[in-house]
Design a protein around this ligand. Structure first.
Ligand code: C5P
Length: 413
């Protein structure tokens, strides 16, 4: 992928040599365009060394224009990424001005544009900046981040540029040969808890954070798939490029899943779906009267089992979160729900839900593989590689063997 990386004048520009390295690791060609204020924070020499191409920093550079004009550069780009993007460059993009090389390129290119804002939290919250952000999004540009956290100015809040690794992942996926193993496929992931209303102010839910499911959707995209995420209520931003559908109750999650399942090749149920929901609905808040009260619950639909029972069914992967006898229960679920795979993990006070790390064992008919404790993001990458491999195997086994019958015409002469 040919990427024009525009670097504007924010302190986060010091991270751009690392960003260039990570983009190149993923096979991208990177042409850097540095604004005058960007040059105050990072040197052209460093950027030229890591990108392996001469830096472009001047619209009026006759020599550079002679070898590749800014219009040719705009055509060469398959993606324009601006990182860090200051309030100023966002304003220029929104206003359509072209006083320098980077903004001119953005007007002249037909390539998609992604922007990773980086600025002080008060600047980011400023209505003018937010209006520009909205405008850029409405015009189809991708806004990556910003992150929340400590800032170079000593303040804490939203405005940090997202880390180079996350930008690179969002743009070109994870490094290595595994990328593309699911190209052309659609992967659907359910994630997070469900919320079953008791009355208008109360509900039943569970400790699921959605982190594993979101990491799986991100990994699916990084492996080249179209990724659909059907999510319960969580406090996570959707991974870049993933189609997010928000749901609340098990019934809504069931309905959304079945609405979209037609195109799905691989279905991964990582959601912690409430097994039961309150029977009947209370329109008004329940008042406390007696010392005890009984809540009648009814079973929720089993989304995973219903997908596995479709004919034809996608390749189905379940999760089994258990506090004890993990293997026995996981294998029983694999069998009972007629799944292609199940990812089993122990949950308890020290592991599982809402932790960033996880250790799992995957079972499938006739095989198993253990994965050591790792960050959910990394674990999801490895799980997705195994899923892609098993998916291919199962598909090949299911396909009728092609029998080539060669007929030799006997000559009558
Ligand atoms: O039966 P159990 O809830 O333990 O099975 C867990 C697996 O089934 C998970 O993959 C979960 O996402 C899925 N599931 C579901 N719908 C339900 C209950 C569980 O999709 N109602």
């Amino acid at each position: 992928m040919n990427i024009v990386l525009g670097i504007s004048g924010g302190i986060a520009a010091y991270k751009t040599p690392d960003l260039v390295r990570r983009l190149k690791e993923r096979g991208a060609e990177v042409q850097i365009v540095l604004t005058a204020s960007g040059e105050e924070f990072v040197t052209p020499t460093a950027l030229q060394a890591v990108s392996g191409r001469p830096i472009r920093n001047n619209l009026w550079d006759k020599e550079a224009e002679a070898s590749m004009s800014h219009i040719e550069l705009a055509r060469w780009a398959e993606l324009v990424l601006i990182a860090p993007a200051t309030a100023e460059i966002m304003s220029r993009l929104a206003g359509g001005g072209a006083p320098d090389l980077l903004s001119t390129l953005c007007l002249a290119t037909e390539a998609p544009i992604a922007v990773a804002p980086a600025m002080n939290r008060v600047m980011w919250a400023n209505p003018a900046v937010q209006a520009n952000r909205r405008l850029l999004e409405e015009r189809g540009m991708t806004i990556l981040g910003p992150d929340t956290g400590s800032q170079a100015c000593g303040e804490i809040g939203a405005g940090r540029m997202i880390e180079p690794e996350a930008i690179a992942d969002a743009i070109v996926g994870a490094p290595g040969s595994r990328r593309g193993a699911l190209a052309g496929k659609t992967v659907m992931v359910t994630a997070g808890p469900t919320r079953e209303p008791i009355d208008p102010v109360r509900y039943i839910t569970n400790r699921s954070s959605g982190k594993m499911g979101y990491a799986m959707a991100r990994a699916a995209r990084a492996h080249g798939a179209r990724a659909i995420l059907v999510s319960g209520p969580v406090a996570l931003d959707p991974p870049y490029g993933v189609e997010l559908h928000r749901t609340e109750t098990a019934e809504q999650m069931y309905a959304k899943t079945h609405e979209l399942i037609g195109d799905v090749d691989v279905f991964i149920a990582a959601a912690a779906v409430s097994d039961y929901r309150p029977a009947g609905s209370h329109v008004k808040k329940i008042k406390k009267t007696a010392d005890t009260m009984t809540l009648e619950l009814v079973r929720s639909p089993d989304i995973l089992a219903s997908v596995a029972a479709l004919d034809p069914a996608p390749f189905t992967v379940g999760f089994a979160a258990e506090t004890h006898e993990v293997e026995t229960y996981a294998k029983a679920k694999l069998d009972k729900k007629r799944l292609d795979m199940i990812v089993a993990n122990r949950v308890g006070a020290d592991c599982g839900f809402d932790f960033d790390d996880n250790a799992v064992t995957v079972y499938w008919p006739g095989g198993e593989q253990a994965f050591a404790e790792a960050a959910k993001i990394e674990l999801a990458e490895d799980l997705m590689a195994l899923i892609a491999e098993r998916y291919e195997t199962v598909r090949e086994e299911a396909e009728p063997r092609l029998v080539i019958v060669s007929s030799i015409a006997a000559s009558k002469d």
